[in-house]
Design a protein around this ligand. Structure first.
Ligand SMILES: Nc1ncnc2c1ncn2[C@@H]1O[C@H](COP(=O)(O)OP(=O)(O)OP(=O)(O)O)[C@@H](O)[C@H]1O
Ligand SMILES: [Mg+2]
Length: 255
């Protein structure tokens, strides 16, 4: 089973768009995928057009908000064929408080310990991370082997990257399996020089990890309000082509 975090400290760079479309694409070619929304914004459910009753909070603590026992099976939401969701949302504020109260020696590894699917049940575990950095972010980086960083080809994105690499390095000291596997340039706008310039720098800095850029595509920004992935909303859009390339790249890599 591959465990991938879609992570970047900067907000609005395409993490959720990437997590949802990558997870869906992999599920459609026959892989069993669990997508985990680690953001209090709970956008992943919205992007998939579903409203699960429970989510990651209940999964980790084993309790609902009233303290009643909830089974893991009731918490994992089947959102599409082969694609299950552990929803995020405001309940994750409580989860972070709960994690903060755990003993120091296990606090950072709770997520990975609880979320350890039986061998052969899943092919991919994909985490949609929140922007910023907190106890849940650390838990995610302790639970995965691979990190995919979306970098927007707009604005001061390289600065955000530096901050994030600081976090990543500290996480690698605790999880030696953790590797920065993919740098995914997003929102590539061929009309702006800035897009080409940032892309050139990324290619120079990350020869191995760099992926083909995802174009800026208004269809990608419309799809979530329909509760659909880009493949369900506009399969022929250039944004869908971009994510198809990413899915192929991830799927053909064997770690
Ligand atoms: N390639 C793209 N072209 C056009 N719009 C995009 C593209 N990728 C994402 N968007 C839009 O940009 C906005 C931010 O994307 P998204 O929510 O995926 O970013 P994020 O990194 O998850 O944000 P946050 O840090 O708030 O969780 C959304 O409205 C999304 O629909
Ligand atoms: Mg997001």
């Amino acid at each position: 089973m591959r465990k991938i975090a879609i992570a970047m400290a900067k907000g609005g760079v395409g993490k959720t768009t990437t997590a949802v479309n990558l997870a869906y694409g992999l599920s459609q070619i026959g892989h069993r995928v669990l997508l985990v929304d680690c953001d209090t914004q709970g956008q992943t459910s919205k992007f998939l057009g579903v409203s699960p009753k429970y989510g990651l909070y209940e999964f980790i603590t084993g309790r609902d908000k009233n303290g009643e026992y909830v089974s893991k099976r009731d918490v994992i939401y089947p959102s599409r064929k082969n694609l299950w969701l552990l929803a995020g949302g405001i309940g994750l504020v409580e989860l972070k408080n709960w994690l903060g109260e755990q003993p120091g020696d296990v606090r950072q590894t709770v997520l990975g310990n609880v979320l350890s699917p039986k061998k052969g049940t899943l092919d991919y575990l994909i985490f949609d991370c929140a922007p910023g950095w907190d106890v849940l972010s650390v838990n995610i980086l302790m639970a995965v082997d691979e990190v995919l960083c979306p970098v927007a080809l707009q604005g001061p994105s390289l600065e955000g990257l530096k901050t994030f690499f600081g976090y990543l390095l500290s996480a690698q000291k605790l999880n030696s399996d953790l590797q920065l596997k993919y740098i995914l340039p997003t929102m590539f706008d061929q009309r702006t020089r800035q897009s080409f310039e940032i892309l050139k720098q990324l290619k120079r800095m990350f020869k191995k990890q760099i992926c083909d850029p995802i174009p800026y595509n208004v269809r990608l920004s419309e799809a979530p309000s329909h509760g659909k992935t880009i493949f369900e909303y506009r399969n022929k859009a250039v944004g869908a082509d971009g994510y198809r390339k990413l899915i192929r790249r991830v799927d053909t890599d064997d770690i």
